[in-house]
Write a protein that binds this ligand. Sequence first.
Ligand code: ZN
Length: 440
Amino acid sequence: MKVDLLIRRVCVDDDRPLVDIAIRDGRIAAIEAGIEVDAAQEIDAAGRAVIPGLVEPHMHLEKALLHRRLPPTQGTLEEAIRVTGILKSRQERHDVLERSRTVLDMAVRNGTVAIRAHPDVDLIQGLIGVETLLELREEYRDLLDIQVVAFPQEGIIKSPGTIALMEEAMGIGADVVGGCPYNELNWDDTVRHIDAVFEMAQKHDADIDMHADFSDEATDQRFAAAGYIAQKTIDSRFQGRVSLGHVTSLGALDPEELKPVLQLLREAEISIVTLPATDLYLGGRNDQKNPRRGLTPVRALQGAGVNVAYSSNNIRNAFTPFGNADMLLIGNLLAHAISYGTPEHQAAILGMATGNAARAIGIDGSYGIAVGRQADLVILDTARVADALLDIPARSWVIKRGKITVVTRHTCDIHRHGCKCPAHGESTAENKQGSSAANA
Ligand SMILES: [Zn+2]
């Protein structure tokens, strides 16, 4: 047997000996110790940990990196909506492409192998977000997989003309029908919005991904639509094909109110995508004391068997001022926010960034570290998988469909006695020369 890539001495499971991973035709061909095979290319992982490639199930590229254009002065939600509205009306193609590429490059470097992007489709910026992403989906095809959602951020019923634009987006190649049902004027229109999204998804045989229930409270029904969406999913036989982002108002329900909603969500096989950077930043803003964290109840959702993933959402804009498109960093943030600190909890967070996120965007059939699966892998510069969220280590090698896409060379900044790193070590004549020159 000849393979394209052989990864030597890698840690897949902290409790088991190191293994080799052989990759052929973009897929994992074998996982075992001491594989004897001809390989076109080899990596010696030297005991480093490997995880499946990270997946961002929810991102806004065309609104990323706007933080210096009209910098907020107060940092309130009202201001964020206002300044982003102004900036959205001025979107220009080359600028959108450039900022999107910067974020995609960050994501690739950080080991992300798939992104579901939610470009706004509305009368303010038209289809520029969808069109640029369709172009980037081709440009980046060897680095990561991009799914494009037709996302009506400004509502559907209250913004006539949007449904036609969404149809156009689906017609030119968007993959997923989006929704923003809370951004309507009343509950009747929220229902009509949701129904329109399902109708379009059925017509195009496309999956659904909506922003839903984004509020600290569930008292206004427009922000308490999860139950209706779940029932609609079941009635439409769309189980396993619907994901919802934010869903923060679920966190405001009493346990006995929450329980039936959780049961419906599980029955509908809906994935919930929590967006901790945004939700923590914007949540609980009007609380004068004991400010709420404003996240969906991850622990209760997982306890009820609902698939939960997380994502970066925005990168550096008025809604989310920080972000590096690094799923491990967001995972560390989420772990703090939901008090997930035990080893099992940390493993659960990593699962939310990998297998759960893959399921949320419908790629779980070919995903994961197993023979026959697509070879999308990240080798971390740490020896234990369990240290991924602790060390937030360098991504030493990133592999997409069996091809190496990123190599991060380890550099040692601290010169100490006995240090053997390439910059300081005594192992080669070249290094010795270098250090004596530096001393001179
Ligand atoms: Zn979003």
